[in-house]
Write a protein that binds this ligand. Structure first.
Ligand SMILES: [Ca+2]
Ligand SMILES: [Ca+2]
Length: 163
């Protein structure tokens, strides 16, 4: 009996360590998420598949605090960014100007558009990226190839991390 509780205790401790807020290598930690700038040119759809394949998703930048973190991260990486922008998960489809987080199926509540955006240039811009330089949002053509930002939400154990 003592041995069994010992094992349980060790397991519980180990689980705590797993749940402790740590990110996989190559990801940067902020609040309850991990972020990785993927320096590969990809369409929005290819970027989505890539993020999902590594257990994450294109970033959902949902509030001012998250935006300011992402903006700072991208600005620090500016010299390594060889694309016009960095895809995140936002897109509009079927209904004009109905901006959603792709694959999450929730409407975007807070937006961080660059001045003059979204301009739906040539009536064909349906996907959201951070514009290189200003690091604010720009709607762009989904098939354009850009670097992109994956986000991975950390597991949170009730009572340990708290959400
Ligand atoms: Ca997020
Ligand atoms: Ca635009």
């Amino acid at each position: 009996m003592f041995k069994l509780s010992g094992v349980i205790l060790i397991l519980a401790t180990f689980t705590d360590v797993i749940w402790c807020q740590s990110c996989p290598s190559g990801f940067l930690h902020h609040d309850n998420s991990c972020y990785s700038l993927i320096r590969v040119l990809a369409s929005w759809a290819e970027a989505s598949v890539y993020c999902q394949a590594i257990g994450s998703h294109l970033a959902y930048v949902e509030d001012a605090s998250e935006h300011s973190f992402v903006e700072g991260y991208l600005k620090r990486e500016d010299t390594t960014i060889m694309s016009d922008g960095i895809w995140i998960s936002g897109l509009t489809y079927l209904v004009k100007d109905d901006w959603q987080w792709g694959f999450k199926n929730t409407r975007i509540a807070n937006t961080f558009w660059a001045p003059g955006e979204p301009n739906n240039d040539r009536s064909s811009q349906f996907c959201v990226m951070y514009k290189k330089g200003s690091y604010m949002w720009d709607d762009n053509e989904c098939q354009d190839t850009e670097y992109f930002l994956c986000e991975l939400e950390l597991e949170s154990a009730p009572g340990i991390v708290g959400k």
